[in-house]
Design a protein around this ligand. Structure first.
Ligand code: AMP
Length: 189
């Protein structure tokens, strides 16, 4: 099994890169943001609860997201591995993931962090707002999501660093250039 966490601030390109990696390495692409958006549009109890957080750019509580993650993973017992996109977002979630994977006899192999400067993130997200209609892509919510990333999510990097799994990648360049940098890290497995 190959399990990769694709990490970085909102707008760093995680979703785009995760889809390409999932195809190339036959991994299941698990985006907690995508799962939450589909729960929201289906109007499930989780979706209704999550909406208030997502629309403000705040994190959905750990226990809801971890329960949801287990549920999705259990539906894919034959996956050759997972590419986690948007999870873990807190150190608590990272600890949960480590314990859960250990129980399955596996682990996270790499934390790949896409580094992109803040100005460029805002530019990309405002641009995406014109193409997709995501309720959390307004300037105010974008700025909050970046702040939440810095305060609550970036510490996850320290957690993986202690296991020697942290790989920073320059997230500026064409989709292919960034993909090749990520593939170079994965090929060291
Ligand atoms: P994303 O599509 O990854 O940018 O996620 C969109 C929104 O979903 C985030 O701003 C959070 O409100 C929520 N979300 C996604 N993943 C998580 C997570 N792992 N923990 C808490 N909230 C999450």
């Amino acid at each position: 099994m190959l399990n990769i966490v694709l990490f970085g601030p909102p707008g760093a390109g995680k979703g785009t890169q995760a889809k390409i990696l999932a195809d190339r390495y036959h991994l299941y692409h698990l985006s907690t943001g995508d799962v939450l958006r589909s729960e929201m549009s289906a109007g499930t109890p989780l979706g209704k609860k999550a909406r208030g957080y997502v629309e403000k750019g705040e994190l959905v509580p750990d226990e809801d997201v971890t329960e949801m993650l287990v549920c999705v993973m259990d539906k894919h017992p034959d996956a050759g591995g997972f590419i986690f996109d948007g999870f873990p977002r807190t150190t608590q979630q990272a600890k949960f993931l480590r314990k859960m994977l250990l129980e399955k006899g596996t682990e996270i192999h790499d934390l790949i962090v896409l580094d992109v400067e803040e100005k460029e993130l805002v530019r990309r997200l405002l641009n995406r707002a014109k193409l997709e209609s995501r309720a959390d892509d307004t300037r105010e919510v974008i700025e909050n999501r970046i702040r939440v990333y810095k305060e609550q999510t970036a510490p996850v990097i320290d957690y993986y660093s202690q296991f020697g799994k942290y790989h920073p990648i320059n997230g500026i360049g064409t989709v292919e250039e960034v993909h090749n940098r990520i593939a170079a890290v994965i090929s060291q497995q």
